[in-house]
Design a protein around this ligand. Structure first.
Ligand code: NAG
Ligand code: NAG
Ligand code: NAG
Length: 475
């Protein structure tokens, strides 16, 4: 009886350490980025997005304003936002001169950069007239981007940027014609190390080459598709991505059918992780629509409109959720009509486990075409009575061109030289002392002249402090 308290103490400790263990394994199962900057531009208050519960810091707030280095800026607020619209799109930050947002980077490597744009307008001020350039570090992301193409709807641009140093600078540069730039919200998130591998299969007319050096390229997400399934929102994706259905890109609808599993997706160590693509992508797919009697003589094909003159990364996501047993499924993969992978055997690639995710990275140059096509079809190894093919997801990303641009045959240098100020010293991170002065001048000045625009736009006051900070900027 004496040692009973001792015993219960022991069990209590055991229980506690067990609870602690499961708590930590729960914690570690969710991805938490080292760098995670979420900015609601033009807003005094912080905004919580209901679809995924993330909190965006208003860049007019005390904390949020520290990221913005601008000679002057205007915050624009929609006084009658449409019901249900994301709070991110109620406000915008407007620039009439080049301006930077600066983020301290704690984890070197790939970062997700998302830029949200929704043109607002007031009686004297219309963001649909804006025309501007955007860069991230030295990469040109957007050139002559107009608020107009958005036609009142929000536009979301996503980039994967390799950051070597301890800073990511996003610049907004009004074009000389419009003198107006804007942004509604910004996300800068450090990506998990396994998101972008360094090697891929480069598809050429003569065959396949091994490509290395992918990690350090700048990428723009062009398509992110959940094949055979519904739209996946940031709520169901650990990197807050959106995946759209593939229906609109399918070449011949009758050739395929959508399949779904409610079973567990078996993420394997060393294979695709949940951060590469979530369960919601791997648990749906498209397979061949054949009754299994005769050898089908067709491919399933998807066609994606793209801009020519770029190299594209095509990431295909596979997970065999359709086969009843292992080693029954063999198929060929084509990209733009070229054989990209012959006799693909998921059972072998996943180490003999069904429903285990696997992805492959291909690269293809699009020179004289405005489309990128993907096909999956019969392999010579297919058993004639069980011909099939499967695809669960596709991502298509554009690589920056040799001019360091993701948007046209232009580079950042000439754009900065011809920008309204005609001087870019403020963008050069070379002289630390000067940057610091700019930071102080910028913040002080912005506080003084920030104009909040509600229904009517008040012209910006021009006073001595402007020329003052201008000259400091130039020095
Ligand atoms: C998203 O997650 C919720 C909760 O886990 C689930 O009920 C829902 O089906 C998921 N949606 C998709 C598209 O997978
Ligand atoms: C599938 O597409 C490829 C590339 O266009 C073509 O070579 C092949 O013959 C097609 N297969 C079938 C069965 O139509
Ligand atoms: C992307 O830009 C970088 C830096 O300007 C350059 O080194 C690289 O070659 C570019 N990528 C391509 C595919 O041209």
């Amino acid at each position: 009886m004496d040692n009973f308290p001792q015993k219960s103490k022991f069990f209590l400790l055991l229980l506690l350490s067990f609870l602690q263990l499961s708590f930590f394994s729960f914690l570690s199962s969710a991805f938490s980025p080292v760098d995670n900057y979420l900015i609601d531009c033009g807003s005094i208050a912080d905004a919580t997005v209901n679809v995924d519960n993330r909190k965006f810091l208003g860049d007019s707030s005390k904390l949020g304003s520290g990221f913005l280095l601008a000679m002057r800026s205007i915050s624009l607020e929609d006084q009658s936002p449409s019901l249900g619209a994301s709070p991110l799109y109620h406000t915008a930050r407007v620039f009439t001169k080049p301006a930077n947002y600066e983020f301290e980077i704690k984890q070197k490597g790939t970062h997700l950069v998302r830029l949200h744009f929704r043109p607002l307008s007031s009686s004297s001020f219309n963001l649909s007239d804006a025309r501007f350039h955007v860069s991230a570090n030295q990469i040109l992301l957007l050139s002559d981007f107009t608020g107009q193409i958005a036609a009142g709807n929000p536009v979301l641009k996503e980039y994967l940027i390799w950051v070597d140093g301890n800073k990511l600078v996003i610049s907004f540069i009004p074009s000389t014609e419009s003198s107006l730039a804007f942004v509604s919200a910004i996300e800068v998130i450090s990506a998990p190390g396994d998101l972008i591998a360094d090697t891929a299969r480069l598809i050429k007319p003569q065959g396949i080459d091994d490509y290395a050096g992918l990690t350090k390229q700048a990428l723009e997400t062009v398509y992110r598709i959940n094949v055979g399934g519904p739209k996946v929102t940031p709520f169901n994706d650990s990197l807050w991505r959106t995946w759209i259905p593939d229906d609109g890109f399918l070449h011949l609808n009758a050739a395929s059918k959508a399949v779904y599993t409610s079973g567990r997706i078996k993420y394997l160590p060393g294979g695709a992780s949940r951060e590469v693509a979530p369960d919601s992508v791997y648990n749906t797919a498209r397979v061949m629509n054949n009754p299994g009697v005769s050898m089908p003589d067709f491919n399933i094909t998807w066609i994606f409109p793209v801009t020519s003159g770029y190299r594209y990364l095509v990431r295909m996501h596979f997970c065999d959720i359709a086969s009843m047993s292992l080693n029954l499924l063999y198929f060929d993969v084509y990209i733009n009509g070229y054989l990209a992978f012959k006799d693909l055997d998921l059972s072998e690639l996943t180490g003999q486990i069904l429903a285990a995710p696997y992805y492959m990275d291909f690269m293809v140059d699009i020179a004289n075409s405005e489309a990128l096509s993907i096909s999956i079809g019969p392999s010579s190894l297919s058993n004639p009575s069980r011909v099939d093919a499967i695809l669960n997801g596709v991502e298509i990303m554009k690589l920056n061109n040799s001019m360091g641009s993701l948007d046209g045959e232009v580079s950042l240098g000439p754009i900065l030289r011809s920008s309204p100020r005609g001087n870019t010293s403020g963008f050069m991170p070379s002289v630390v002392g000067i940057s610091l002065m700019i930071a102080i001048a910028g913040v002080v000045y912005r506080r003084k002249t920030e104009v909040r625009d509600y229904l009517a736009w008040t012209p910006l006051p021009v006073d001595a402090s402007e020329s003052n900070s201008n000259s400091m900027y130039r020095s």
